[in-house]
Unconditional design. Sequence first.
Length: 186
Amino acid sequence: MSEHKTANPAPLGLSGFALTTLVLSTFNAGLLTQGVSVVLGLAVFYGGLAQLLAGILEWKAGNTFGYTAFFTYGAFWEWYFLTASGIFPGATPQAIGLVLIAFGIFTLIMWFGTFKANLGLFMTFLLLWLTFFLLGAGAMANSAALTHAGGYVGILTAIAAWYTAFAQVIAESLGKKPPLGRPIMK
């Protein structure tokens, strides 16, 4: 009887998160000022749908942390699409800031769950909660400086997430252990 191997859904979820975060963060940092609507398609499909799918697959694999994280951030990107596209009009900067800070609180709590994981995941969640708090504060205070800072930290977040994803994909293809660093706590 042959054993059926299933793929690890985490690199898909991390990649969808990283690419969408990188593109939006480039605008938040002020590096690009026109064409932000390109984020909408990414948000609904790659940041949103791909992470929702990764979350469902993590649930099926019994990974509560992966399920909770991917499904929540997939839902975040779907919310972003609906809000930024104007499908649900009337969101004020303060209300958007509140949502971003709430996601920052969620991410801070999830970050504690990475202390016994690997350094790649630890850094991704650390940078992400900082990103959410900076962007939320920037929206609430109408501060371009805080929003730009959140954009730059978001770019670093995307890099950390991509590293974590690709280390897993490349290591598996080479039959090696992923170089993700040691856990912060044992």
